[in-house]
Design a protein. Structure first.
Length: 256
Protein backbone atom coordinates (compact mmCIF):
# COMPACT_ATOMS: atom_id res chain seq x y z
CA UNK A 1 0.00 0.00 0.00
CA UNK A 2 1.19 3.49 -0.73
CA UNK A 3 -0.87 5.14 2.02
CA UNK A 4 -1.96 4.50 5.59
CA UNK A 5 -3.45 6.67 8.32
CA UNK A 6 -0.94 8.23 10.71
CA UNK A 7 -2.56 10.52 13.25
CA UNK A 8 -5.67 10.40 11.01
CA UNK A 9 -3.71 11.75 8.04
CA UNK A 10 -3.22 9.91 4.72
CA UNK A 11 0.52 9.29 4.82
CA UNK A 12 3.13 7.61 2.61
CA UNK A 13 5.44 4.97 4.02
CA UNK A 14 8.71 6.00 5.66
CA UNK A 15 11.21 3.81 7.46
CA UNK A 16 10.09 2.80 10.97
CA UNK A 17 6.64 4.38 10.74
CA UNK A 18 3.47 2.78 12.11
CA UNK A 19 -0.06 3.41 10.98
CA UNK A 20 -3.59 2.14 10.43
CA UNK A 21 -4.95 0.60 7.22
CA UNK A 22 -7.36 3.01 5.56
CA UNK A 23 -9.68 0.18 4.59
CA UNK A 24 -9.86 -2.34 7.43
CA UNK A 25 -8.43 -0.34 10.35
CA UNK A 26 -5.77 -2.94 11.17
CA UNK A 27 -2.25 -1.90 12.21
CA UNK A 28 0.33 -1.60 9.44
CA UNK A 29 4.09 -1.12 9.35
CA UNK A 30 6.48 -0.09 6.60
CA UNK A 31 8.91 -1.87 4.34
CA UNK A 32 11.49 0.48 2.91
CA UNK A 33 14.74 -0.15 1.09
CA UNK A 34 16.85 0.48 -1.96
CA UNK A 35 15.48 -2.44 -3.98
CA UNK A 36 11.71 -2.33 -3.41
CA UNK A 37 9.57 0.77 -3.32
CA UNK A 38 8.46 2.06 0.08
CA UNK A 39 5.13 0.60 1.11
CA UNK A 40 2.83 -0.19 4.01
CA UNK A 41 2.08 -3.81 4.93
CA UNK A 42 -0.36 -5.32 7.39
CA UNK A 43 1.05 -6.56 10.68
CA UNK A 44 0.32 -10.30 10.64
CA UNK A 45 -1.99 -12.05 8.20
CA UNK A 46 -4.71 -10.01 6.57
CA UNK A 47 -7.38 -10.50 3.95
CA UNK A 48 -8.05 -6.79 3.69
CA UNK A 49 -8.37 -6.80 -0.11
CA UNK A 50 -7.51 -10.02 -1.97
CA UNK A 51 -7.42 -8.07 -5.24
CA UNK A 52 -4.44 -6.00 -4.16
CA UNK A 53 -1.27 -6.70 -6.13
CA UNK A 54 2.37 -6.00 -5.45
CA UNK A 55 3.33 -2.55 -6.63
CA UNK A 56 6.22 -1.82 -8.97
CA UNK A 57 8.09 1.35 -9.80
CA UNK A 58 6.08 1.54 -13.04
CA UNK A 59 2.85 1.32 -11.03
CA UNK A 60 3.93 4.01 -8.57
CA UNK A 61 5.10 6.37 -11.31
CA UNK A 62 1.68 6.20 -12.96
CA UNK A 63 -0.14 6.81 -9.68
CA UNK A 64 1.96 9.89 -9.02
CA UNK A 65 0.67 11.54 -12.19
CA UNK A 66 -2.66 12.08 -10.43
CA UNK A 67 -3.61 14.09 -7.33
CA UNK A 68 -2.83 12.40 -4.01
CA UNK A 69 -6.45 12.56 -2.90
CA UNK A 70 -7.45 10.44 -5.92
CA UNK A 71 -4.96 7.65 -5.20
CA UNK A 72 -5.75 4.37 -3.41
CA UNK A 73 -9.45 4.92 -2.94
CA UNK A 74 -11.60 2.08 -1.63
CA UNK A 75 -14.79 1.46 -3.58
CA UNK A 76 -17.81 -0.17 -1.92
CA UNK A 77 -20.54 -2.24 -3.51
CA UNK A 78 -23.74 -1.17 -1.79
CA UNK A 79 -25.49 -4.46 -2.59
CA UNK A 80 -22.80 -6.90 -1.46
CA UNK A 81 -20.86 -4.75 0.98
CA UNK A 82 -17.59 -5.78 -0.68
CA UNK A 83 -14.81 -3.21 -0.87
CA UNK A 84 -11.87 -3.07 -3.25
CA UNK A 85 -9.30 -0.37 -3.73
CA UNK A 86 -8.84 1.59 -6.94
CA UNK A 87 -5.38 2.77 -7.93
CA UNK A 88 -6.99 6.05 -8.98
CA UNK A 89 -10.55 7.32 -8.81
CA UNK A 90 -10.99 10.73 -10.39
CA UNK A 91 -13.45 13.33 -9.17
CA UNK A 92 -15.56 12.31 -12.17
CA UNK A 93 -15.82 8.73 -10.77
CA UNK A 94 -13.58 7.21 -13.42
CA UNK A 95 -11.57 4.27 -12.09
CA UNK A 96 -8.04 3.71 -13.42
CA UNK A 97 -6.31 0.41 -12.70
CA UNK A 98 -2.62 -0.07 -13.43
CA UNK A 99 -1.80 -3.69 -14.23
CA UNK A 100 1.75 -5.03 -14.25
CA UNK A 101 1.35 -8.69 -13.40
CA UNK A 102 -0.47 -11.30 -15.47
CA UNK A 103 -4.19 -11.62 -14.80
CA UNK A 104 -6.64 -14.34 -15.81
CA UNK A 105 -9.71 -13.46 -17.89
CA UNK A 106 -11.93 -14.47 -14.95
CA UNK A 107 -10.21 -12.02 -12.61
CA UNK A 108 -10.23 -9.29 -15.23
CA UNK A 109 -13.96 -9.72 -15.82
CA UNK A 110 -14.66 -9.66 -12.06
CA UNK A 111 -12.89 -6.32 -11.74
CA UNK A 112 -14.64 -4.84 -14.75
CA UNK A 113 -18.01 -5.88 -13.36
CA UNK A 114 -17.19 -4.39 -9.98
CA UNK A 115 -15.71 -1.03 -11.01
CA UNK A 116 -17.82 -0.60 -14.18
CA UNK A 117 -16.67 2.89 -15.26
CA UNK A 118 -13.00 2.06 -15.56
CA UNK A 119 -9.88 2.00 -17.72
CA UNK A 120 -7.01 -0.48 -17.63
CA UNK A 121 -3.46 0.75 -18.09
CA UNK A 122 -1.31 -2.30 -18.82
CA UNK A 123 2.48 -2.48 -18.74
CA UNK A 124 3.33 -3.59 -22.25
CA UNK A 125 6.90 -4.67 -21.53
CA UNK A 126 6.20 -7.30 -18.86
CA UNK A 127 6.60 -10.20 -21.29
CA UNK A 128 9.71 -10.10 -23.46
CA UNK A 129 7.84 -10.82 -26.69
CA UNK A 130 4.98 -8.33 -26.28
CA UNK A 131 6.61 -5.17 -27.63
CA UNK A 132 8.46 -6.77 -30.59
CA UNK A 133 5.18 -8.44 -31.61
CA UNK A 134 3.32 -5.14 -31.37
CA UNK A 135 6.03 -3.34 -33.33
CA UNK A 136 5.78 -5.89 -36.11
CA UNK A 137 1.96 -5.79 -36.36
CA UNK A 138 1.73 -2.02 -35.92
CA UNK A 139 2.64 -1.68 -39.59
CA UNK A 140 -0.80 -3.09 -40.47
CA UNK A 141 -2.77 -0.35 -38.67
CA UNK A 142 -5.14 1.42 -41.06
CA UNK A 143 -6.38 4.98 -40.68
CA UNK A 144 -10.01 5.83 -39.97
CA UNK A 145 -11.76 9.11 -40.78
CA UNK A 146 -10.90 10.32 -37.28
CA UNK A 147 -7.30 11.39 -36.55
CA UNK A 148 -5.59 9.18 -34.00
CA UNK A 149 -7.94 6.21 -34.50
CA UNK A 150 -6.89 3.12 -36.42
CA UNK A 151 -8.38 -0.16 -37.55
CA UNK A 152 -6.55 -3.32 -36.60
CA UNK A 153 -7.46 -6.76 -37.89
CA UNK A 154 -6.90 -9.77 -35.63
CA UNK A 155 -5.95 -7.70 -32.55
CA UNK A 156 -4.86 -10.85 -30.71
CA UNK A 157 -1.86 -10.92 -33.02
CA UNK A 158 -0.91 -7.42 -31.90
CA UNK A 159 -1.80 -7.33 -28.20
CA UNK A 160 -1.80 -9.95 -25.40
CA UNK A 161 -4.81 -12.19 -25.98
CA UNK A 162 -6.06 -11.98 -22.36
CA UNK A 163 -7.08 -8.35 -22.96
CA UNK A 164 -8.81 -8.63 -26.33
CA UNK A 165 -12.33 -9.28 -24.98
CA UNK A 166 -12.26 -6.59 -22.31
CA UNK A 167 -15.53 -4.69 -21.89
CA UNK A 168 -13.67 -1.45 -21.07
CA UNK A 169 -10.81 0.46 -22.74
CA UNK A 170 -7.37 -1.11 -22.29
CA UNK A 171 -4.33 1.14 -22.65
CA UNK A 172 -0.98 -0.45 -23.40
CA UNK A 173 2.10 1.38 -22.16
CA UNK A 174 5.30 0.17 -23.82
CA UNK A 175 7.64 2.68 -22.16
CA UNK A 176 9.69 0.59 -19.77
CA UNK A 177 11.15 2.02 -16.58
CA UNK A 178 14.47 0.58 -17.77
CA UNK A 179 16.60 2.32 -20.44
CA UNK A 180 15.97 1.03 -23.98
CA UNK A 181 17.73 1.39 -27.30
CA UNK A 182 14.46 1.79 -29.21
CA UNK A 183 14.66 4.77 -31.56
CA UNK A 184 11.19 4.54 -33.12
CA UNK A 185 9.54 6.91 -30.66
CA UNK A 186 6.48 4.67 -30.46
CA UNK A 187 7.12 3.92 -26.80
CA UNK A 188 6.31 7.53 -25.97
CA UNK A 189 2.70 6.99 -27.03
CA UNK A 190 -0.15 5.06 -25.44
CA UNK A 191 -2.22 2.60 -27.47
CA UNK A 192 -5.81 2.20 -26.36
CA UNK A 193 -7.71 -0.89 -27.48
CA UNK A 194 -11.37 0.12 -27.51
CA UNK A 195 -14.09 -2.33 -26.47
CA UNK A 196 -17.04 -3.53 -28.57
CA UNK A 197 -14.94 -4.88 -31.40
CA UNK A 198 -16.67 -6.45 -34.36
CA UNK A 199 -15.54 -9.98 -35.14
CA UNK A 200 -11.85 -10.02 -35.92
CA UNK A 201 -11.53 -6.23 -36.23
CA UNK A 202 -10.99 -3.61 -33.54
CA UNK A 203 -10.17 0.06 -33.18
CA UNK A 204 -7.06 1.43 -31.48
CA UNK A 205 -6.71 5.03 -30.33
CA UNK A 206 -3.17 6.42 -30.22
CA UNK A 207 -2.43 9.29 -27.85
CA UNK A 208 0.33 10.97 -25.92
CA UNK A 209 0.67 10.43 -22.18
CA UNK A 210 0.03 14.09 -21.49
CA UNK A 211 -3.23 13.97 -23.47
CA UNK A 212 -4.45 10.89 -21.60
CA UNK A 213 -3.64 12.41 -18.21
CA UNK A 214 -5.19 15.75 -19.15
CA UNK A 215 -8.39 14.13 -20.47
CA UNK A 216 -8.90 11.93 -17.42
CA UNK A 217 -8.19 14.71 -14.94
CA UNK A 218 -10.57 17.12 -16.67
CA UNK A 219 -13.27 14.48 -17.18
CA UNK A 220 -13.08 14.51 -20.98
CA UNK A 221 -12.23 10.85 -21.42
CA UNK A 222 -14.35 9.75 -24.41
CA UNK A 223 -17.30 11.76 -23.17
CA UNK A 224 -18.02 13.39 -26.49
CA UNK A 225 -20.88 12.45 -28.79
CA UNK A 226 -21.11 8.90 -30.08
CA UNK A 227 -19.92 8.41 -33.62
CA UNK A 228 -19.94 5.64 -36.15
CA UNK A 229 -16.61 4.90 -37.75
CA UNK A 230 -17.33 3.48 -41.15
CA UNK A 231 -14.72 1.35 -42.87
CA UNK A 232 -14.89 1.00 -46.61
CA UNK A 233 -13.50 -2.31 -47.70
CA UNK A 234 -13.93 -4.98 -50.33
CA UNK A 235 -14.75 -8.64 -50.33
CA UNK A 236 -14.91 -11.20 -53.09
CA UNK A 237 -18.20 -13.02 -53.63
CA UNK A 238 -19.06 -15.83 -56.03
CA UNK A 239 -21.90 -14.71 -58.32
CA UNK A 240 -23.23 -16.20 -61.54
CA UNK A 241 -20.37 -18.63 -61.86
CA UNK A 242 -17.55 -16.14 -61.28
CA UNK A 243 -15.83 -14.20 -58.51
CA UNK A 244 -16.76 -10.53 -58.25
CA UNK A 245 -15.39 -7.71 -56.14
CA UNK A 246 -18.02 -6.07 -53.94
CA UNK A 247 -17.64 -3.12 -51.58
CA UNK A 248 -19.05 -3.39 -48.08
CA UNK A 249 -19.00 -1.35 -44.90
CA UNK A 250 -17.99 -2.19 -41.38
CA UNK A 251 -19.46 -0.12 -38.57
CA UNK A 252 -17.92 0.42 -35.15
CA UNK A 253 -19.45 2.42 -32.31
CA UNK A 254 -16.91 4.40 -30.32
CA UNK A 255 -16.80 7.48 -28.13
CA UNK A 256 -14.56 10.26 -29.41
Amino acid sequence: MKFALVNDLKTEATKGARGICINCGSPVSTRCGSIEINRWVHVGNSNCDPWRQSETLWHRQWQNKFPKEWQEIFISDEKTGKKHFADVRTEHDLIIKFQHSAITPEKRIARENFYKNMIWVVEGTRAKRDYPRFLERKQNFRETDFPGYYYVDFPSGCFPSDWIDSSVPVIFDFLSTEPTSDQSGLRNFLFCLLPNQKGESAIVAVMSRSLFIDQTIKGHWFNHKKNQIMERNYQHVFENGQWRKRRYLKSFSVFI
